[in-house]
Ligand binder design. Structure first.
Ligand SMILES: [Zn+2]
Length: 337
């Protein structure tokens, strides 16, 4: 449970609900991927069933530990299989809800990515939602609640999970063994989703960032060849292209923050302060803002149209960006090959 951070108000609400012993029969925990919705649902299952009525369930309580490990007979977490939650699964949940809990006070079923239930499965679920037994607590967890049937949604108490503060994401990453400086960069880039930050950590984010920032922090040396090579490397797929643009945009923002001395606005690339300060002395704000505009245009094009030629968009954008920043310097690099 030590990876659940943030959402203080929602967690307090759940604690109070559990303490008063009057949970609703169905909840919908909605919010972006990776902000801790499923962990909060598990924690709620602990709070409802902990014999010690602890507010901070952990390994030292046998009941809470089994719930967290998925080994408690009365608490079930259902995950989609092959991107779907099928009607057979929902029918088996309906059957489970016919029986009183074996050990615990409440029988809790958590359905993760509940929007992956198809229509038939959702309709089957209505059966339990319409006539829930007294001991039943069903928690639907979803990042796309609008896909759920209105009849399903209206029977659930809705809790909306917002994005996490950067510092909370950084702390979660540090608890996963990631160094402080790297955690801060990933946290700032993930815009409030610990899950997203961890995905970036597992993927090749830091390598991608090194490539993009090598070009943007030294546009003259990058030259036309470097710009085209970078373009080819980041155009492999849509998400890499968008991520590369995000990296470049946050870099430019960091340099602008340095120029106006607004430290409170929070830089992203906090492990590269020397390079940010150097760039701030060599680039004008006007240049940086023009580059920023080019990058945003490219991101819009790539996000809006799946048929757009990404490589071409990135070629043009990176050449323009580096030419604006390097001035005639980019020309020298062409002459030099
Ligand atoms: Zn407990």
């Amino acid at each position: 449970m030590n990876l659940l951070l943030g959402h203080d108000k929602l967690l307090l609400f759940l604690e109070r609900t559990a303490r008063e012993g009057r949970p609703a029969h169905a909840y919908l925990f909605s919010g972006r991927e990776g902000v801790g919705k499923k962990l909060a649902a598990l924690r709620f299952a602990c709070l409802l069933n902990c014999p010690d009525k602890r507010n901070d369930p952990d390994d030292s309580c046998q009941v809470c530990r089994r719930i967290i490990q998925g080994a408690h007979p009365d608490v079930r977490v259902e995950e989609p299989e092959k991107g779907m939650i099928r009607i057979e699964k929902v029918r088996s949940l309906n059957r489970a809800f016919r029986f009183a809990p074996i050990e615990a006070r409440y029988r809790v079923v958590i359905i993760n990515d509940a929007h992956l239930m198809n229509l038939a499965a959702q309709n089957a679920m209505l059966k339990t939602l319409e006539e829930p037994p007294a001991f039943a607590v069903l928690i639907l967890v979803s990042s796309r609640p609008s896909v759920l049937l209105p009849t399903v949604r209206s029977r659930c108490r809705r809790l909306r999970f917002g994005s996490l503060p950067t510092e909370s994401v950084a702390l979660i990453l540090e608890r996963k063994g990631i160094s402080r400086s790297k955690a801060l960069v990933l946290a700032a880039m993930s815009t409030g989703s610990a899950g997203r930050a961890l995905e970036m950590e597992h993927g090749s984010f830091i390598g991608l960032r090194d490539k993009v920032l090598a070009a943007f922090s030294n546009p003259g040396a990058t030259g036309i060849r470097g710009a085209l090579e970078l373009s080819a490397a980041v155009s492999v797929d849509r998400s890499t292209a968008i991520q590369a643009i995000d990296i470049a945009c946050t870099w430019i923002r960091d340099v602008l923050i340095e120029q106006i001395g607004a430290e409170g606005m929070g830089k992203v690339h906090v492990d590269l302060l020397d390079r940010i300060s150097e760039a701030a002395q060599h680039q004008s704000s006007e240049q940086l803002i023009s580059v920023y505009e080019e990058l945003v245009k490219a991101a819009e094009l790539i996000e809006a149209d799946i048929n757009v030629n990404r490589n071409l968009v990135m070629d043009v954008t990176l050449l323009k960006a580096l030419r604006i920043m390097a001035g005639p310097g980019l020309g020298v690099a062409i002459a030099g090959g």
